[in-house]
Design a protein around this ligand. Structure first.
Ligand SMILES: *Cc1c(COP(=O)(O)O)cnc(C)c1O
Length: 365
């Protein structure tokens, strides 16, 4: 045992040893509002004819064969459904997390850096570190807007190989100012990845503008809109980037069941869009309810989650919610700017009511 420990320590890259594993808490039996999942069960809450149609598609899949390495049918469906311009390339990943990893692997020249405004999605930093790139976080303003002068200054000084802009941003939920993004894109020395994981909730996108900017790739995922279990993300943009990244993609990274299921789901995209619209309406209701709670500061959201700050110990309130069977996300120690902050995913009306009731009870403890 001790011998193995010594051996691991001797072999392991120090930056990997310094990483903390991405922690996913056990949510068994809880009202789960921690991970921006869609609350509508798939296939549990699909209409029976759709379940049958989906199962028929799965039955026709040949699982003894390798998947279509180019996922041609699925790409065509995505292009049509999302309105990806004809001349833009598409690269598919096993979730958008994998696409971040592929892009960084391709750009990790010695000394190359990754820049993002912070706080933001943690995988940019985790994966930058994993591939040996330097991560540069530029703090957002106190209200979580882009600090444009500081962004531009840092871009000029550091010349990062890639800039990540989550649009809307996670965990703050807001859309950054379009003109500020344009200024960053113009100033960028390398690639800019606009991460639109929450596009169906924001109803704003840079996808239609891809032709204007050869230095921009737009990233999407089906995770937050209802299919997190399938793991499918995409990067769209100039094929000159994507052809190179494609060399690092493992040949069969998007499995057959995912290709068939997402293709099926997109043929019935109306149902998913209808769910997104219900979630947007619930988001506004939960926002108003939170804003009315004394001692709570809440930020408007364009995603399917809401960030709020408590004037008293957030860790204790998070734990009290958990005791009452409601799991949300504690961000209290995630970043200095998130002190006292918790993040709740918007669920179904009854789940949101349970959260609001549990919060009221926890604050009265
Ligand atoms: C959740 C999230 C992702 C991860 O998406 P997957 O496709 O599930 O890997 C990417 N970017 C942001 C900003 C997210 O919040």
């Amino acid at each position: 045992m001790t011998d193995t420990k010594r051996r691991v320590e001797a072999c392991l890259r120090p930056e990997v040893a310094a990483l903390k594993a991405y922690a996913v808490p056990n949510a068994a039996g809880m009202i789960k509002l921690d991970a921006m999942e869609n609350p509508f069960a798939w296939p549990g809450e699909l209409p029976a004819p759709l379940v049958n149609e989906w199962l028929a598609a799965l039955r026709a899949a040949e699982l003894n064969r390798y998947p279509d390495p180019q996922a041609a049918a699925l790409k065509e469906r995505l292009r049509e459904t999302l309105g990806i311009p004809r001349d833009a390339g598409i690269l598919l990943g096993n979730g958008s997390d994998e696409l971040i990893q592929i892009a960084l692997l391709a750009l990790a020249k010695p000394g190359a850096s990754v820049l993002a405004p912070t706080p933001t999605f943690v995988m940019y930093e985790i994966l930058a570190t994993a591939v040996g790139m330097r991560f540069i976080g530029v703090p957002l303003t106190a209200d979580f807007h882009l600090d444009l002068p500081r962004m531009l200054e840092t871009i000029a000084h550091e010349r990062p190989a890639v800039i990540f802009l989550a649009y809307p941003n996670n965990p703050t939920g807001n859309l950054f100012d379009v003109q500020a993004i344009e200024a960053i894109v113009r100033a960028a020395s390398g690639l800019v990845i606009i991460d639109e994981a929450y596009a169906v909730f924001a109803e704003e996108s840079f996808l239609p503008r891809l032709r204007e900017f050869g230095q921009v790739l737009v990233m999407r995922t089906v995770s937050k809109q209802g299919l997190a279990g399938l793991r499918l993300g995409l990067l769209a943009g100039d094929p000159l980037w994507l052809e190179q990244f494609d060399k690092l993609r493992l040949p069969y990274n998007v499995n057959t069941l995912t290709q068939v299921s997402v293709e099926f789901a997109l043929r019935h995209n109306d149902a998913l869009l209808e769910q997104a619209s219900q979630i947007r309406a619930e988001r506004e209701r939960v926002f108003a309810a939170l804003a009315a709670v004394p001692g709570v500061r809440v930020w408007p959201s364009r995603a399917n989650f809401i960030l709020f700050r408590l004037s008293r110990a957030a860790g204790g309130v998070f734990a009290a919610l958990k005791r009452r069977g409601v799991l949300i996300k504690n961000l209290d120690h995630a970043h200095p700017m998130l002190e006292g902050c918790l993040r709740v995913t918007v669920g179904k009306p009854a789940e949101n009511d349970a959260f609001l009731a549990a919060l009221a009870a926890a604050l009265n403890e």
